[in-house]
Design a binder for this molecule. Structure first.
Ligand code: ATP
Length: 199
């Protein structure tokens, strides 16, 4: 699996549609200060489901939409698509190529797509569990992140090891099953209460 392309439109400093093609090996993005290099990394985080505006260096989610310049009016939406080669089926879907897209409008309305089909954020998160690529993965190392990991709480560091060991999806499924059991237990208590009222 590898990153094939990234298409950005209306996201942060990228008003026009821009299509980055990546090839095997190392790709460097160079440019003067403030030219938008870090915005490319932010676009990758965002399309993979980042929900925290702070992680994207903004104060709210609408901050990712191109806010205009002296010569250009603000845009009404931001859109990012990322395409990964999945010939080795590391991502648990049948497709040989996986494109994840996210779009947000100034009204706050937003949508995710998986290979062109509308889907939930949860669907996107699930295909990236244990691949190191998801929002909590380690494939994007931001400025200052190494220091944060080294000086962070052991519980937080453990999450990285869990992801690398491939057990995150099982932990998430266990948590969902435990929650369902608790809900069912609460339902049973209610049913018993009603039964004893009727007797
Ligand atoms: P440095 O080398 O200093 O780290 P950089 O090349 O990584 O800089 P970025 O931080 O990616 O630059 O981009 C910052 C630029 O993005 C600023 O000029 C900022 O005005 C612009 N920018 C951020 N959000 C928006 C937005 N919503 N609309 C328009 N421009 C934006």
């Amino acid at each position: 699996m590898y990153l094939k392309s990234l298409e950005i439109q209306g996201f942060k400093s990228f008003a026009n549609k821009i299509d980055f093609k990546f090839h095997n090996g190392i790709t460097g993005i160079v440019g003067p200060n403030g030219s938008g290099k870090s915005n490319v990394g932010d676009a990758v985080r965002w399309v993979l489901g980042e929900q925290s505006a702070r992680q994207l260096r903004g104060s709210n989610m609408q901050d990712v939409i191109f806010s205009g310049t002296e010569n250009r009016k603000p845009l009404g939406f931001a859109s990012v698509s990322i395409t990964l080669d999945n010939a080795d089926h590391k991502l648990p879907v049948d497709y040989e190529e996986v494109t994840v897209s996210r779009r947000v409008y100034r009204s706050g309305e937003s949508e995710y797509r998986l290979n062109g089909t509308s889907c939930r954020l949860k669907d996107i998160q699930e295909i990236f569990y244990d691949t190191g690529i998801g929002k909590e993965g380690y494939s994007i190392i931001g400025q200052g992140q190494i220091e944060k990991i080294l000086s962070g709480r052991p519980e937080d560091r453990r999450e990285l090891f869990d992801e690398a060991a491939g057990i995150v999806k099982f932990k998430r499924r266990k948590a969902a099953a435990v929650k369902k059991l608790e809900d069912e237990r609460a339902n049973l208590v209610r049913v018993n209460d009603i039964l004893s009222e009727l007797q």
